[in-house]
Design a protein around this ligand. Sequence first.
Ligand code: 8V3
Ligand code: ZN
Ligand code: ZN
Length: 499
Amino acid sequence: MLLFEAGVSSSSSGLENQIFQYIDLHQNEFIQTLKEWVAVESDSIQPGLRQEVTRMVELTADRLRALGATVELVKLGSHKLSDGQSLLLPPLILAELGKDPQKPTVCFYGHVDVQPAKKEDGWKTDPYTLTEIDGNLYGRGATDNKGPVLAWINAAESFRALKLDIPVNLKFIIEGMEEAGSLGLEEIIKKENQRFFSDVDFFVISDNLWLSNRKPALTYGSRGNICFSVEVRCGERDLHSGSFGGIIHEPMTDLIALLDSLVDTSGRILIPGVYDDVASLTEEEKKLYEAIEFDIEEYKNNSGVKKFLYDTKEEILMHLWRYPSLSIHGIEGAFHEPGIKTVIPAKVIGKFSIRQVPHMDISIGEHQVIKYLEDVFSKRNSPNKLKVSVPTSAMPWVANINDPLYTAARKAIKTVFGQDPEMIRDGATIPIAQMFQNITRKSVMMLPVGAADDAEHSQKEKISRHNYIQGTKLFATLFLEIAKLPGKLQEKSNTTTTN
Ligand SMILES: Cn1cncc1C[C@H](NC(=O)CCN)C(=O)O
Ligand SMILES: [Zn+2]
Ligand SMILES: [Zn+2]
């Protein structure tokens, strides 16, 4: 047996070392599979690429079948685009590997769709060709979320290849519409709560990043989000600014004024009532932020900006995790190409979103925003038509960090990375976290494997070889640690005998 080789942590067991060595030895194969996955342009945002998303979902299903899993492809129907056209949604994967009533059941969530990426956006490498430079694997989806999904599959695969018993039952829910707002997902979770999810004990999501470039993290909360579309239109067609400029109320001018009324220069949201329901800060919670290791300069460097709105670690973390924020994302219909076009666009749609935090309410938030925009608009005496809509929204999520699932993950992190994780929240939104918790009432955890400088959604998205391979080990170790948790076995066999 190849036990206790150099480089293997002394705190890990013989079994763990055997698995770690297998993973180290096969790392290039794991990277090759990631390369094949990244090569699929599974962009869920551009309608023209929807077939590639479906192809990616099918590729994932094949991989799971190769692992020995039973795979269901659940049809999600179609959705309406802003131009009224209807477009088919990719199917959702529900898969399971192992069904031993004596073992706990862990359900893994991930997504295989990606953000749009074009070489012209400023990528140094082709976004759909996974390219290794200095230990980093660059490519769209490398860290968000194909790498982590594969790390989980690789972990299970390593047990299988070594003919080792996986000590937990595994379930998978893999979607292809996360980047477009997880369309159709909530309905399925509700529908499957009494069936597919009924025997799940733990939910693990790996779809966010560490807070630092080097220190592992465990995530117990994420912000919600309400996405708004604000349409202003003057008529059916675009106009020449030479023929009409100066004599009409221009939609773009109205829209810019509306967007400019949302937030002030210090980042404070100007919509009345928005902060009313934000959870008040306790002394206990304040201490959590003080204890976190957070390198402001590193985080600033990762972003490429020179100055943040806040100077202290505590203020920055609180404004990312426990206070709402408002971001303006873009304007549909506005002239945006290089060069000059002396047009007055007839219809423009502004896009912005509000990241919500406990205990804000989505429908209250929607009403506050709509009322405010209508008020601001009415003061302009514009004859144009204003239409505000909410294409998607998701609730914030916070978990109990004393849950046994977190204990298991802390141990696994310590074994694989040799240090305790930073306990963090995430400023982004993982809609499914709150859905799992609220609908199934089971334990939910986010366990990131990507580092803070992975640049998800950006032109230099990557995952490091180290994080991808250690992430694979982390998930394998998590299976072992979850199986060691007390109580569950007892509880499970009770329910199986009474049924
Ligand atoms: C599409 N969408 C609209 N509202 C929220 C989202 C999800 C999106 N999720 C992430 O980025 C996960 C990061 N690991 C986001 O938070 O923007
Ligand atoms: Zn993601
Ligand atoms: Zn994403």
